[in-house]
Design a protein around this ligand. Structure first.
Ligand code: FES
Length: 107
């Protein structure tokens, strides 16, 4: 299964084996990765699943759609060019090796 690496707030990398078709947010919740709150459960309405996609991984992902871009305006931590909502990133074989960094706050 594809591996996703979460860089935790203290800088520790945490590798998770993720079933294809699962979102980066769902995989974090299922594996008790701290720092992704996901208050809306993936309905694209809370922006508390914010992550920074490491520059080495951004080319692996399709760009965010208009609604995700709009919701990224509401993230609690600093918004950066590599900001994404992890509920909108679906893990697939093509995303193997994805690395995301958890921001310092979600709400
Ligand atoms: S979980 Fe709410 S927007 Fe992603």
């Amino acid at each position: 299964m594809p591996i996703v690496t979460y860089i935790l707030r203290d800088g520790t990398p945490r590798e998770v084996d993720v079933k294809p078709g699962t979102s980066v947010m769902e995989a974090a919740i299922q594996n008790d990765v701290r720092g992704i709150d996901a208050e809306c459960g993936g309905c694209l309405s809370c922006a508390t699943c914010h992550v920074y996609v490491e520059p080495t991984s951004t080319a692996q992902l399709p760009p965010p759609d208009d609604l995700e871009v709009e919701l990224l305006d509401g993230v609690a931590a600093q918004r950066r060019p590599e900001s994404r909502l992890s509920c909108q990133i679906i893990v697939e074989p093509a995303t193997a090796g994805l690395v995301v960094r958890i921001p310092d706050k979600q709400g």
